[in-house]
Design a protein around this ligand. Structure first.
Ligand code: SF4
Length: 191
């Protein structure tokens, strides 16, 4: 069995189909203290519950709302999106590894590898480091190739599809033109 960290319902659809086509058993794990505000967190849980029921997938849930945790974790780095996201990935994947070890899973992976908006290579690097450190295989696949298929299925089944990554900062980066400009400038400086 492979434990798959699940960030949300829409991002699970394609990877789940991919595993099932190959006869590989997966169990989902929802652990995302990075999703804010509260109503958004609830909306994403509801969408994933719909997928869980529709697909008959076993999902292990951590439904604790993590705003306070996230603020503490990112206090020193929130102004640097690169570092902020890195910390966010590390925490979610480390928790997934611990859960996978507890369940004696053969490997772990994440639906974060499906999104074309995530820092794919950074996620892969972090997961490989954790795999090495905790001695559990990381199952890598570039699920981005199925991005359109997954999105289309989410539309067809009518589940909620979020418009931003998750944290309050990403919500601002999505909707504030000023913040978008500042962000682009800081990313250019980093290049
Ligand atoms: S933008 Fe997304 S990955 Fe980055 S810190 Fe926010 S929720 Fe986490």
């Amino acid at each position: 069995m492979i434990l798959i960290h699940v960030c949300c319902g829409p991002c699970l659809l394609y990877p789940l189909a991919w595993f099932r086509e190959r006869g590989i058993e997966v169990v989902g794990y929802f652990y995302n203290p990075n999703i804010h505000p509260y109503r958004e967190f609830k909306a994403r849980i509801k969408a994933l519950e719909e997928v869980e029921a529709l697909k008959g997938l076993n999902i292990l849930w951590d439904k604790n709302y993590g705003l306070r945790w996230f603020i503490k974790e990112t206090l020193m780095v929130w102004e640097n999106p690169q570092k902020r996201c890195e910390r966010c990935y590390v925490v979610r994947l480390k928790q997934t590894v611990k859960k996978a070890l507890e369940l004696k899973a053969e490997a772990f992976t994440t639906t974060l590898l499906y999104s074309i908006y995530q820092r794919h290579n950074l996620i892969r690097e972090i997961a490989e480091d954790l795999s090495h450190k905790y001695k559990i295989p990381f199952f890598y696949e570039d699920f981005r190739k199925g991005y359109q298929l997954g999105q289309q299925e989410a539309l067809n089944i009518g589940i909620y599809r979020q418009a931003y990554c998750g944290c309050v900062f990403s919500e601002e980066e999505r909707y504030s033109k000023t913040r978008k400009k500042e962000l682009n400038k800081s990313l250019k400086k980093e290049e």
